[in-house]
Ligand binder design. Structure first.
Ligand SMILES: Cc1ncc(COP(=O)(O)O)c(C=O)c1O
Length: 378
C-alpha cells in the first residue's frame, strides 16, 4: 500500500457542501448555464433523435470513438484524431497524466493559484509540488525567470492553465514559447490545461499551446465552453504516442471507457459549437459588464483584473472571505467561492462566476454588493 494519501481537494469540498443544497443559486461556477438533451438533439433532424434513442448502452472504445476524436481535433489547427484520447472529463485526463508521469522524488511545477487536481495527485504519488506564485499586480502573468529557477532535472512537468484559472488572464504566444523553453531545458512536459481557452470574452480565442509548441500536451473538455459537465467528456491531446498509450493503459484501471450517451451528445455539440456558445458568451459579456460597474461603484475597495476568457473572475476584498461566502450561502442562498480554497495566500480573494443567466447574475450581484457594503469583516 502507498505511504502517500490524496490531500483534501478543498475547492471541490466547498462545492460538495453547498452546490446541491435545494434552493442554492450558484454564482461561483466556472461553467455557463447548461443545456438539456432535448435542446442538443433539436439542433439536428429527427433522424439524430431516432439514432440517439436506438443507441446501444454497451461499453465504448477506450480512446473515444473516431468521429468524436475528429470533432475534437477540429478545435485545433494542427491536430488529427489520432492525437486525441477522450476521458471522463478533463479531471480524468489530469489524473491519468500525473499518475503515469511522476514517481516519488520527482517534482512538478504548478501556478499559484491553480486548479488543484494535478497538484493533489502528484503529492499523493510522493512527488514534490513546486509553486510559481502569480500576482494580481502582474496581471496574473508568470515570471519566467522565477519559473526557470524552480525547475531542475527531476521536474517531470510544468502545468499551466490557459486561459488562467480562475483569473481569466490570457497567455501570449511569446509567453508560451518562453515557458516551453524552460520545460525543454529541464526535459519536462509542458501541460496546458485549456478547458477555458475557447471562452473568449473579447474577440477570438487565443491559440492553443499545442498549435504553437509541438511537444506540449493539452487538456480540454465539454464542461466549460458549452456547459455540459454532465456528459463527462474531456480529452488529452498530444503528438507523443507514448504518453497517449500510457494514458489509455491507465484508463483500463480508472473508467475503462467513456459513456455512450455522453460521447454521442458531445459529437452532436461539436457539430454546432457556435450556436451553443453564442448565447452563453453573450450573457457572460453582459454579466461581466454588470460586475465591472458594480466594482466601480462599490464603497468597499475591490481589486481585480477583468477576465479576458472563461466564466470566472477573482476579486480581492479587504477581509478574509470565507465567513462572507458562508453567510451568503447559508443566509442568502447565493454560492460564491472563498479564496482560501486556492491556499492561504488567497484568503482575501473570492471567485465569482458570471456564466449564469443575466437574471440570476443581476440578483446575486445586487445581494452580494448589499451584504458587502455592511460587512464588518468577520
Ligand atoms: C482548470 C480546470 N481543469 C479541469 C477541470 C475539470 O473539469 P471536468 O472534469 O468537468 O472536465 C476543472 C473543473 O473545474 C478546471 O477548473
Amino acid at each position: 500500500m502507498s505511504a502517500y494519501t490524496l490531500p483534501e481537494f478543498t475547492l471541490e469540498r466547498w462545492f460538495a457542501e453547498f452546490e446541491f443544497v435545494p434552493g442554492i443559486r450558484n454564482l461561483a461556477a466556472s461553467c455557463p448555464f447548461s443545456a438539456t438533451t432535448q435542446e442538443l438533439l433539436e439542433l439536428e433532424d429527427a433522424e439524430t433523435t431516432a439514432r440517439y434513442l436506438r443507441l446501444g448502452l454497451d461499453y465504448v472504445e477506450n480512446p473515444g470513438n473516431e468521429r468524436l476524436r475528429q470533432g475534437i481535433a477540429n478545435l485545433y489547427t494542427t491536430l488529427e484524431s489520432g492525437n486525441i484520447r477522450v476521458t471522463s472529463g478533463a479531471s480524468e485526463s489530469l489524473f491519468l497524466l500525473i499518475l503515469t508521469t511522476v514517481r516519488p522524488g520527482d517534482n512538478i511545477i504548478v501556478e499559484d493559484p491553480t486548479y488543484g487536481n494535478i497538484a493533489g495527485v502528484a503529492q499523493s504519488q510522493g512527488a514534490e509540488v513546486r509553486r510559481l506564485p502569480l500576482r494580481l499586480e502582474q496581471n496574473w502573468k508568470p515570471d519566467i525567470e522565477q519559473l526557470a529557477q524552480l525547475v531542475d532535472h527531476k521536474t517531470r512537468l510544468i502545468y499551466m492553465t490557459h486561459s488562467h484559472h480562475p483569473t481569466g488572464s490570457v497567455r501570449t504566444v511569446e509567453e508560451m514559447q518562453a515557458i516551453a523553453k524552460v520545460a525543454e531545458r529541464a526535459g519536462a512536459i509542458f501541460v496546458s490545461d485549456e478547458v477555458f481557452r475557447l471562452i473568449a470574452l473579447d474577440g477570438t480565442p487565443a491559440p492553443s499551446v499545442i498549435d504553437v509548441i509541438e511537444q506540449s500536451v493539452v487538456i480540454g473538455d465539454m464542461t466549460k465552453p458549452w456547459g455540459l459537465g454532465g456528459l463527462r467528456v474531456g480529452w488529452i491531446a498530444s503528438r507523443n504516442a507514448e504518453i497517449l498509450k500510457r494514458v489509455s493503459a491507465a484508463r483500463d484501471y480508472s473508467t475503462m471507457c467513456g459513456s455512450a450517451p455522453g460521447e454521442f451528445l458531445a459529437e452532436v455539440t461539436l457539430r454546432h459549437t457556435q450556436q451553443i456558445m453564442a448565447p452563453r458568451l453573450a450573457a457572460a459579456r453582459s454579466n461581466r459588464q454588470r460586475l465591472t460597474d458594480a466594482i466601480a461603484n462599490s464603497q468597499k475597495p475591490i481589486h481585480w483584473l477583468s477576465p479576458q476568457a472563461g466564466y470566472t473572475a477573482l476579486l480581492q476584498l479587504p477581509f478574509s472571505t470565507e465567513p462572507f461566502c458562508r453567510y451568503l450561502a447559508e443566509e442568502k442562498r447565493f454560492l460564491l467561492l472563498p479564496g482560501y480554497v486556492y491556499g492561504k495566500a488567497y484568503e482575501r480573494f473570492m471567485r465569482i462566476g458570471f456564466g449564469c443567466s443575466t437574471e440570476r447574475f443581476t440578483e446575486g450581484l445586487e445581494t452580494m454588493m448589499q451584504v458587502l457594503q455592511d460587512w464588518n469583516g468577520n
